[in-house]
Each structure stands twice: as C-alpha cells, then as structure tokens.
Design a protein around this ligand. Structure first.
Ligand code: SAH
Ligand code: SF4
Ligand code: F3S
Length: 438
C-alpha cells in the first residue's frame, strides 16, 4: 500500500519554490500530507533546476540518493520542473528508478497521474513534458513557503532570451495572470495567517494584463488586501520604470529591497549577453532608486567568464561592484547551456581555472562590501518579521528586515510571526544581530 504522504524538495529560483507551493496544494487536496523525512514518504518529489550544470548535478545526485529508499519501502520518486523539462527521459540514463518525470507546465498533474498509476492505468515511468500556453495552475491557491510569508506567481515564462540562459526554453513564453486572481490569492493567504507576500516572475516589470501594468498591480494588491508587507522578484533593469521606482517612496507596504541582476559591468559583454542595457543605464536606475528610498537594500546576480570576457572587462565588473555597493550578490561562473544562443554561437573560451579565480576574487570583494554595508545598520531600528528561530540556537529568534536581511534577535517574549521593531547591535557579511526596542 502506498502511504498517502509526500516529501517535496525544491532547487533553483523563487519561481520553482512558488510552483512547489502550488504542487503542495494539489497534493493536499488529493489527500496526501507533507512529511519532512523522505523515509516516511509514499511520494518523493524533487523540483529541479537547470540554470547551471552544477544545479543539475545536485538534483541528479539527490534523486540517486533518494531512489535507494525504494529498496526499503514502497514509494514513487518524481523529478519535476526545469531539469525534467530539459532532460525528459534522459534522466532515466542517470537515475533509472525515477517513476515520474513532469515538466514545468505538467508538474501540477502529479496527484492525478499517481492515482492513475495506482489503478494500474500507466505502467513504467510516466513522462510528460508538454508545454501549455494556459495558466491552469491558477486553480490551486499555493501552500505558503513558511506560515507568515507566501509567494504568488504573477507571470510564467520569459521572453528575454539572454544569450546564456536556458529558462525561456524550459518555461516558455510570458503569460500574465489576471490581477483579480492575484488579489484573491493574496487574500486567501492573508486568511491563513500570511503577513508578507512576494510577487514572483522571471521579469515582473513586464507584467501587463488588460492595461494593468506591474506598478498598478502592486497598488491594487496593497489597497485591496490586508497583507502587511509586499516584495517582488525579479526585476530586469531594462524594464524598471520610474512609476515602479516611485512606489518605493509612496507605498508603505512595499519593502525596501530590490533584486536587480547586473550580470556584468562591461557594456560589450552586456551587449553580447543580449541584456539590452548599458552599465550607465543601470547606474542611473540605481541612483533613482536610492533617491526614492535612500536606505533601499540592493542585491544582484553576476556572471564571470562569459565567452571572450577579457581581464579588463572582468575588472569592470569588480569596479561596478565597488561603485554600487550591493548589500549582497549571487555570483556565478558561466556555464554552457546547450540550445542557448551563446552555446550555439560563442566558444566557451575562458579556461575553468580562470573562471574559478575570477569568481573567487569577486566573492571575496563582495563579502567585504556586504560586511561594510551591514556595519552601517548598527544602531538603526528596523521592523522585522520574525519567522522562526536560529538553526544553531533555538532560544534565539530569526527574522527578516525590510531590506530582506536575516537578523537574529534575543528576546524572552514569544514573538514568532510578529512584526517587531529591532535595534541592530552587531553585523557581519551575512547576518545582523539585534534586540527589541523597549
Ligand atoms: N530572471 C532572472 C534570472 C533567473 S536565472 C533575471 O533575469 O534576473 C538566475 C541567475 O542565474 C541569472 O541572473 C544569472 O546570473 C545566472 N545564470 C543564468 N544562466 C546562467 C549560465 N548559463 N551560467 C551562469 N550563470 C547563469
Ligand atoms: Fe534568463 Fe534573461 Fe529571462 Fe532572466 S531575463 S530568465 S536571465 S532569459
Ligand atoms: Fe532554475 Fe528553472 Fe528557476 S532553471 S533558476 S528553477 S526557472
């Protein structure tokens, strides 16, 4: 007998995490309950990422490891999401024990497909990577990622086709959800106790539905729901409008953090990446953001070792990082993704040792900048959403500031799930430490 329990783990970006929330809702509806230990699960699901080779290796490794559990108890192992979309039945060459391979638009069908398999209607591995152009997933209000903070998908897919990026091939073209559905979903999350939402899409700035653009959608969510905090991810610098920037000054529910991927400080590399902005344009946007909200937290993504990147061009990325002073950055070395424009047309000519050395220098530089930027938080009082306790010490509370920084708080009171004013006492590159204002 198959246990009606499931274990679900997500790799990759917030889009994937949001999809996992929708899949959880579909599994719950079908009578399954979530477990934290895969050894207790009748259904084991890995929601995969393909953005870099390393992400795929990690997911394949985890699937191999979890497949061993099939020897001990009856269970299905499922690979869903981006890597399932990209590799399809090739996954079986690496992990033959996988029972379900469902792509980015098909993962929500998992409970129905399991029921069919249980009735003997489909033998062997079930593989479905068909692309759809609808938004069928909207029928499920997602299970929030944590009890206080939820993700709401506003667009699926991407139309940008950055030269290096596999995402548009795996998630299809942009489709925007009806703002009424989005507002309803936020209200449902609020009813369940969620106080903060993040609106997610690969490029939220291009959102458009019946003359509602992204800033208008944000205003509607702020005005028509009781949600207390609003965030969004990700913004493409070429589409970041003045109208949106002004909301950081005028909309108190909008938290002071923006993730604005720069990728490179060199205009020639940006052009080859098809990013369609220059470093000057980017800097101008940052300046405007800081004028609108002086203490806005700014994070980014950077790639080193893109084909033909010279030492000088790499140095421009370092200079940009020094000049802009990001709060934090996600930094990667270029990874060839077959099928992309860069894979077809450019030679991956930067040696692996050079890429690694460039990455390490960049990481070290950003670590020092993050420490410095975080030092400036000392003495300030920030409103913090407390979402749990420290992983290392359960007597210390953990939360997120408006700027999305992790802060650890000593307090005797039970403050879980509350939004409290916290004064910052200490800071390092990754974490702030503080105490509650009397
Ligand atoms: N939609 C988001 C990014 C999604 S992918 C945006 O446009 O900002 C997240 C990050 O992965 C990208 O910003 C980029 O920095 C990195 N990335 C994507 N493809 C990559 C590749 N082939 N090699 C290395 N890094 C890559
Ligand atoms: Fe990839 Fe560019 Fe689309 Fe982001 S905007 S998902 S980097 S193609
Ligand atoms: Fe990865 Fe897919 Fe997101 S490839 S970064 S999980 S859209």
């Amino acid at each position: 007998m198959l246990k009606k329990t499931y274990y679900l783990h997500s790799y990759g970006c917030q889009m994937n995490l949001a999809d996992s929330g929708i899949l959880s809702a579909a599994m719950d509806r079908a009578g399954f309950s979530a477990v934290l230990d895969p050894a207790d699960a009748g259904v084991i699901v890995i929601n995969t990422c393909s953005v870099r080779e390393k992400a795929e290796e990690r997911a394949l490794g985890r699937l191999t490891e979890l497949s061993q559990l099939k020897r001990k108890h009856t269970c299905y192992v499922c690979a869903v999401g981006c890597m399932a979309q990209r590799m399809g039945d090739d996954i079986l060459k690496r992990v033959p024990e996988v029972d379900f391979i469902l792509g980015t638009e098909r993962l929500f069908e998992l409970p129905r497909l399991i029921a069919a398999k249980e009735e003997g209607n489909n033998g062997g591995t079930v593989i479905d990577t068909a692309m759809t152009d609808n938004l069928a997933f909207a029928e499920y209000p997602p299970v929030p990622d944590n009890p206080y903070s939820g993700l709401v998908t506003i667009t699926r897919g991407c139309n940008n086709f950055c030269a290096y990026c596999i995402v548009p091939y795996l998630r299809g073209r942009e489709r925007h959800r009806d703002p009424n559905t989005i507002v309803d979903e936020v209200n449902q999350l609020v009813e369940r106790g969620v106080v903060e939402i993040t609106l997610v899409g690969q490029n939220v700035n291009s959102y458009e539905f019946d003359n509602v653009n992204f800033p208008k959608l944000l205003k509607r969510v702020a005005a028509e729901t009781d949600i207390e905090r609003i965030r969004f991810i990700t913004s493409h610098p070429k589409d970041l409008s003045d109208e949106l920037i002004e909301l950081f000054a005028s909309e108190p529910k909008l938290m002071g953090h923006i993730h604005l991927p720069l990728q490179s400080g060199s205009d020639r590399i940006l052009d080859r990446m098809f990013r369609r902005y220059t470093y000057d344009h980017y800097k101008g946007r940052v300046q405007k953001l800081r004028e609108a909200k002086p203490d806005i937290a700014l994070t980014t993504d950077l790639i080193v070792g893109f084909p033909s990147e010279s030492e000088d061009e790499y140095n421009m990325t370092l200079d940009a990082v020094r000049e802009i002073q990001y709060d934090a950055a996600f930094m990667f070395r270029y990874s060839v993704r077959s099928g992309t424009w860069a894979a077809k047309n450019l030679i991956d000519d930067i040696p692996e040792e050079t890429k690694l050395a460039r990455l390490q220098t960049l990481i070290d530089l950003q670590k020092d900048i993050s420490a410095l930027v975080n030092q400036r938080e000392i003495g300030k009082t920030r409103t913090v959403l407390v979402d749990g306790t420290s992983r290392r010490d359960a007597s210390i509370w953990k939360g997120k500031t408006e700027g999305n920084k992790t802060i650890l708080i000593r307090s005797e009171q039970d403050i879980k799930g509350r939004i409290v004013p916290v004064t910052v006492l200490r800071a390092d590159s990754w974490t702030l430490h503080g105490e509650i204002m009397a």
